[in-house]
Design a protein around this ligand. Sequence first.
Ligand SMILES: [Zn+2]
Length: 158
Amino acid sequence: MEHTKSEKTIELVDRARKLIEKVSETLTEIESLQNDQPTPGADVKRLFHFFAARWSGRYANAYVFSSGKDAGGFKRLLKTMPRPEIERRISNYLDTEEPFLVRHRHPLSLFFSNVNAYGDTPWGGTVARPMGCEHEPPCTTDAEHTARKLQDVRGGRS
Ligand SMILES: [Zn+2]
């Protein structure tokens, strides 16, 4: 498929953004280590345990994670809200009796893609937009933002 110049530009910006994010994550981890605070890695681990425990409580089985993707999802969320808020939303999610979710046994991926649906009280923060996003409603992930940008360009609405 022939890529237009603006499509290529969007892809390169996305790649650069991901590199910046990696650097930023590493700096945060160094800071946490210096201040004897839990590193983002430790918070991710706690969220894995929390989800697994709550899920097993519901389905009496062990949840199988797709670790790279799931860790990335938790890391992204931790940038926008504190861990207890994520845990509260996980609980709300797993308590939902929506037939579709029950049929699919509440997969973590659907929690990530609908995380805004499970926060019923404000925690005083705002959901961070991906860098440079001016979409309404705001994109929740960099991947979504990149996909929408590409769509805008292809539809000639850039
Ligand atoms: Zn966007």
